[in-house]
Design a protein around this ligand. Sequence first.
Ligand SMILES: Cc1cc2nc3c(=O)[nH]c(=O)nc-3n(C[C@H](O)[C@H](O)[C@H](O)COP(=O)(O)OP(=O)(O)OC[C@H]3O[C@@H](n4cnc5c(N)ncnc54)[C@H](O)[C@@H]3O)c2cc1C
Length: 508
Amino acid sequence: MSSKVSRKQFLKGMAVGGTMTLAASTLAGCQKAMPSGPVPSKWDEEADVVVVGTGFAGLAAAIEAKNAGAAVKVIDKMETPGGNSIINGGDFAAPGNWYQKEQGIEDSPELMLKDMLKAGLNLNHVDRAKVLTEKALEAAEWARDYIGAEFYRLTFHGGHSVPRTVQLVKGGSELINKMLKKLQELGVTVETQRKLERLIVDEAGRVVGIEARDGYTFGDETSGKTIYIKAKKAVVLATGGFSRDIKMRMIHDPRLTEAFESTNHPGATGEALRAALKIGAMDVHMDWIQLGPWASPDEPGFGYVPLFCERVVGWAPMINPKTGKRFINETGNRKVRADAIIEIGVPVIIVADTYATEKNVPANVIENGLKIGAIKKFDTLEEVAKEYGIPWDAFKAEVERWNQFVENKKDEDFNCMIFQDAKPLGFQPPFYAARLWPKVHHTMGGLVTDVNGRVINQDFQPIPGLYAAGEVTGGIHGAVRLGGVAMADCVVFGRIAGKNAAAETPAA
Ligand SMILES: Cc1cc2nc3c(=O)[nH]c(=O)nc-3n(C[C@H](O)[C@H](O)[C@H](O)COP(=O)(O)OP(=O)(O)OC[C@H]3O[C@@H](n4cnc5c(N)ncnc54)[C@H](O)[C@@H]3O)c2cc1C
């Protein structure tokens, strides 16, 4: 074989090697964390592996570390466990899954990777994204078969080229509650109201434990008392994203003032991520902060409208109320849709008829949305126009045009993916409509980790004794996270981090 490497081969190798190549490089600097303050002379508690955070990533890590024989401690700063994961919609991207097989939908890890890279503008750390796509199905099966979580159907999210998300009954709480039960069976107690404040580094530059506030009440920084927990093998950071940290998100994207609501739980703040930066961890993509284009200004938090909107895209049009016209590919990724709505400057409208709604949206979503007024019901499209101030003639003409595209199963204006069973709008009145305005939903940026879940430092080397998984990490999604891929990321890399943390040699 020739020793010469073509430019194409070289670039291909770089793309696949990604962060691992950097971590393994012998040219890179030292494998150490920076000191963060004194190492306590006496520890209050200890475990082999200390997991911080009780979302999908933290609980997956804790279960795997325990099953690998480690003594595990799991803490969370909030009063109740689960973070964003427990309020999550429960859509888990898994290429080649059992529902796809039943329905004859062809899919593969390679196709999912292609979709992720396209949406992520090729900023994704390919090595980790590849592991994610290759292990996502196994992770969903682990959730179903080992944890006992119940899934009930296949769903579609914008930016995927096929429907590939398996959805949990009762959303993310189904998996979180069953993981908590599994941990209990394994003899691991989840300790809430314990907030990580500092990662403790020994003289050799290894993370050997944490400083935490025990008895912490969220929002009261003086509550509780300081304790020191020794991590004989490793700390796993699984502290989620920073969508609710207004100061931090505005540093990275100054547009995201308090005027933007968030879909996240209140504790989605970034102090744990910053604790890792303080000991020399590297961060990436911090200014890629995702807005959910399917959110409604007429309800707090995540609410019901996302579960209506995201289920009827590809069946129903989104309308600019100023012009009465469509303005974007409704099945496009979250960023293109959110940016287009912000550009319009006022909430846009999604309108579906009973046929599309009954086929796709759980009845309780519509009932609850109607009850709080975020979803409205209309007998005619003219009433829809009147309610939202949409110019009727233009709207009517646009619906006729849309209906033609639906008949032909081809959108000539925006290339929206029109589903096979979709029927023209008005096939079965009455109509359901909602206003859409983006909310801060996901922080793609975070700590740089390698394929083994180890946190990488500013010298491109793994920090001894420190792992991370889930939304606290960055790079895997690139510019845009696709729907359902966060769950796959959390479970795949939570499991990897937990197993590897348990396999560490204890600190001297
Ligand atoms: C409403 C909603 C719906 C979603 N639906 C989907 C979906 O259907 N599919 C999908 O793939 N993704 C979805 N996502 C995204 C996905 O749910 C999240 O990315 C994922 O749950 C993050 O999991 P995690 O384990 O990384 O963090 P989290 O689940 O947020 O858990 C982090 C935990 O760490 C704790 N913590 C933080 N800081 C500290 C500290 N200093 N000390 C101690 N504890 C700390 C927090 O209190 C929290 O409990 C959704 C997100 C939201 C908000």
